[in-house]
Write a protein that binds this ligand. Structure first.
Ligand code: ZN
Length: 325
């Protein structure tokens, strides 16, 4: 009997349950608002945060604990933290550049602290007037404070300029890995990598996250990627492919120090949620509700441009059915 060549087995069906879910960390109220000139009135901020919460987001960075004379946009940060932490079911983070900021953030009741540490020595000196080694010492102080007063609050590092720096150009990958190890030794719980200047490419993202994971394992934190030159989503997908499961993003792409005129900075949360949900990767976020959260943002910052391909094009018909196939 003539045997037909055996047909190749079909690929295993992808079900939403078989695909690891991701955590989208909304950074617009911090990274976004501190990058724009205008100061959003507190009542508008709170309405915007309520709308973000209603979309199903489970993590948000709501502000920076810095002196009001440095960043008047953040003068109300303690009140914003108290409001956000009263909403159930999400982790409320704040950025703290030093011990004084950490004291104030813990007093306000944040769930998690983020400390920015530059991978580039030139950026570190220009930005916080401290060397990287001095910032590692600051992290050690903040961890000691946390251990003494709020042991349940994780300390995450946002390692800025990990993929390149406008001041010094390339940042050696060996130095990023070295710094990640120093920060873990100082007691940090997670080390995320940030493409502050929008210079990363997908192969670089893959390689650097793999190298950092090889060095510090599950202390590897979020991917904070920018869309300055259009590679934001490609870079997020590259990070996902090598096991990253937490992604920072900003509603409307607000902020993120865009250097190129007309380009957004931060990855647009709406576009990122669309990409993952279309792939069957659960984000927990309702895309229609997320897009609706642009209205209170626009009301509070009427002169600021908002970005996003999905909000402009619209959610495709049948999108919900599609992702459940
Ligand atoms: Zn950013």
């Amino acid at each position: 009997m003539h045997a037909h060549p055996k047909a190749p087995a079909p690929p295993a069906a992808l079900s939403v349950h078989a695909v690891p879910s991701v955590l989208i960390s909304e950074v617009g109220p911090r990274d976004g608002l501190q990058s724009v000139q205008a100061v959003m009135p507190t009542a508008h901020k709170l309405a915007w945060i309520d709308a973000l919460h209603a979309s199903g987001l489970r993590e948000i960075e709501v502000g920076s604990f810095v002196p009001a004379r440095t960043l008047p946009q953040m003068a109300d940060v303690a009140e914003v933290v108290r409001h956000a932490t009263a909403l159930p079911g999400w982790t409320v983070m704040a950025l703290v550049p030093n011990l004084r900021g950490a004291v104030a953030a813990l007093e306000a009741g944040v769930h998690k602290l983020t400390v920015p540490v530059s991978a580039s020595e030139a950026h570190s000196l220009a930005n916080v007037r401290r060397s990287r080694a001095e910032m590692v010492a600051v992290v050690r102080e903040i961890v000691a404070l946390r251990d003494a007063t709020a042991p349940g609050v994780p300390v995450e590092i946002g390692m800025s300029t990990a993929f390149g720096c406008t001041l010094q150009g390339a940042v050696a990958e060996d130095e990023v890995v070295w710094l990640a190890e120093q920060l873990v030794a100082a007691g940090a719980d997670e080390i995320g990598l940030s493409d502050t200047t929008g210079m990363a490419n997908p192969l670089q993202v893959r390689r650097l996250f793999q190298r950092v994971r090889a060095a510090i394992g599950d202390k590897t934190g979020s991917a904070h990627l920018h869309n300055t030159r259009g590679l934001g989503l490609a870079n997020c997908l590259a990070a996902y492919d090598v096991g990253v499961r937490t992604f920072d993003a900003s509603l409307g792409g607000l902020g993120g120090c865009p250097y190129a005129p007309g380009a957004s900075g931060n990855v647009v949360t709406e576009d990122l949620v669309f990409m993952f949900e279309a792939m069957g990767v659960d984000t927990g976020v309702d895309l229609e509700h997320l897009i609706a959260a642009r209205a209170p943002l626009r009301a509070g910052l009427p002169d600021e441009p908002l970005y996003g391909m999905v909000p402009d094009a619209g959610v495709p018909a049948g999108f919900r059915d599609l992702r459940r196939l």
